[in-house]
Ligand binder design. Structure first.
Ligand SMILES: [Mg+2]
Length: 221
């Protein structure tokens, strides 16, 4: 089966990674100001500060250095190990970001997962072309696009805050649980525990300068 996954909020902990980058750039801790998707609102930043952080993120290989979400990585490895096709469908700003993301997937042992970068805000055409059997995303807008693309199983991963979900879209705390439930229903003979090291050949995660890497406690994401 074709398993399609978003990257940020599903495989990579973008929110925490960006916050750590921002704290290093701005030289102060950034407590959460609210469960907003918008980074400025989320951390109470001015537009100029957000732009400053993005500039550093882009020049320090932020897309490569983003921290993985262990449950997401484990789920992707499980799907590949079971013989399914895994596609990572992710919105990115440019080709350089896509190259970094490709290297990040390789770094965490997902070299057999196909990367489908989307240079824009909509994943609709990519999902229509791909026609996956399962799709997971942390944003309701992309879940809605998946529904419009007639994807039969769509899950929203609760990565950063609440959202109004389209009809037929279920919410899960992590993609591992969602994917296991899906495969049990549609490929029950092939589902089993994912044993052993889920990240063959994994690199060690690198923290952002000045601050130790820590995870947010708000429900990870
Ligand atoms: Mg996302």
């Amino acid at each position: 089966m074709k398993i399609a996954l978003d990257a940020d909020g599903v495989l990579f902990d973008f929110q925490t990674s960006w916050r750590l980058c921002a704290e290093g750039v701005l030289g102060r801790a950034l407590p959460l100001c609210g469960q907003h998707y918008d980074l400025g609102q989320r951390y109470g930043l001015k537009n100029a500060e957000v732009h400053k952080v993005w500039a550093v993120w882009n020049t320090t290989s932020g897309w490569l250095r983003a921290q993985p979400i262990e449950s997401g990585m484990r789920a992707a490895h499980m799907a590949l190990d079971l013989g399914h096709e895994v596609y990572v469908v992710t919105c990115l700003p440019n080709i350089r970001a896509a190259e970094e993301r490709r290297r990040a997937l390789d770094r965490w042992g997902l070299d057999k997962a196909a990367l489908i970068p989307v240079y824009g805000a909509s994943k609709l055409n990519a999902l229509k072309t791909l026609r996956p059997h399962f799709y997971a995303d942390d944003r309701a807008i992309h879940c809605r696009e998946a529904r419009d693309a007639m994807v039969p199983e769509i899950v929203r991963i609760h990565a950063w805050g609440p959202e109004q979900l389209p009809d037929g879209v279920c919410e899960y705390p992590d993609v591992g649980t969602a994917l296991s439930d899906f495969l049990k229903r549609h490929a029950p003979l092939h589902v089993g525990p994912c044993n052993g090291n889920p990240y063959p050949g994994r690199a060690s995660a690198s923290g952002w300068p000045q601050l130790q890497a820590t995870r947010e406690t708000e429900g990870d994401v």
